[in-house]
Design a protein around this ligand. Structure first.
Ligand code: SF4
Length: 280
């Protein structure tokens, strides 16, 4: 009983882990149960959280099922059992990770979309303009500049790094983008290729807080820029009813529908993307 009570505190500390927090209650319960059954350390909890997330995304038997199977197979007790279980789990995970992904319809991978996100206003003094974060002296770079109007995305592409950067369940939308963009000193003798949507999809939330108006105004005032709005949505409603300057274009990333179904959860279908592109 005493050990359970002190493990409660231990698990309480771990439960603020950002990845754990971002998971749905079923997955959280499975990690919690495994932690309590084997008194896992912080590092072990972290490891099984990553493993449970991947197993779920890959459509494999759940963490709970795999741990139960290993407990039955190994039939050991205490620390010995715990170490063998963690090692076996890690080996299975590594072996799955190394396998090529097979997309065979009608297989449908579980929806890896994160919990619905709350849209909040971002009125901070953060910088909204900069060079693409991938650029460095060691990369072959297209010198793209980026506008960061929204942080977080409500769609759930399984490969998206933004999903792991913003795990607080929110989508933060700039409230004074217009003023911030007006204050950007551009060199009139230089041409700029600027991408919007550094930390989100450029069109998914439309013109919330006037963010599209602000970007179109920025493009109108600076004819030496080409502004690219990148999206996997079909949300062109606002662009259809507004005056879009000629130095703004919308681009869609395209994938076969099978990949969209399996990996790009919550995005527009390939057909919807094509219809939207033709409508503009
Ligand atoms: S739509 Fe773009 S930003 Fe949103 S989850 Fe997919 S890749 Fe990430």
């Amino acid at each position: 009983m005493k050990r359970q009570a002190s493990y409660n505190d231990h698990f309480g500390t771990f439960s603020s882990d950002l990845l754990y927090q971002s998971l749905d209650p079923g997955l959280q319960a499975s990690i919690r149960d495994t932690g309590f059954r084997h008194f896992l350390t912080y590092q072990e909890l972290r490891q099984i959280t990553v493993i449970a997330t991947d197993l779920n995304m890959w459509g494999e038997p759940s963490l709970t099922e795999q741990v139960q199977q290993l407990e039955n197979e190994l039939g050991l007790n205490g620390k010995q059992q715990k170490k063998k279980i963690i090692d076996a789990l890690r080996n299975r995970w590594l072996s799955l990770k190394g396998q090529e992904t097979r997309y065979e319809p009608p297989m449908k991978r579980p929806n890896a979309r994160s919990k619905p996100r709350k849209i909040i206003a971002n009125d901070g003094d953060n910088n909204v303009f900069g060079i693409c974060p991938v650029a460095s002296e060691k990369t072959v770079c297209c010198n793209l500049m980026t506008i960061d109007a929204v942080q977080g995305c409500g769609m759930g592409c399984s490969y998206c790094s933004i999903q792991t950067f913003y795990t607080d369940g929110k989508i933060a939308v700039e409230t004074n983008l217009l003023e911030k963009l007006k204050a950007i000193p551009l060199d009139p003798n230089r041409n700029y290729h600027i991408g919007s949507g550094q930390s989100s999809d450029s069109l998914a939330i439309g013109n919330r807080n006037g963010i599209l108006d602000a970007q179109l105004d920025f493009a109108r005032r600076n004819s030496n820029i080409i502004l690219e709005l990148k999206t996997k949505s079909k949300n062109i409603k606002y662009l259809l009813k507004t005056d879009v300057p000629p130095n703004v274009f919308v681009s869609w990333s395209m994938n076969p529908q099978l990949i969209i179904d399996q990996e790009e959860h919550g995005t527009a279908s390939m057909e919807q993307r094509l219809v939207a592109a033709r409508a503009l």
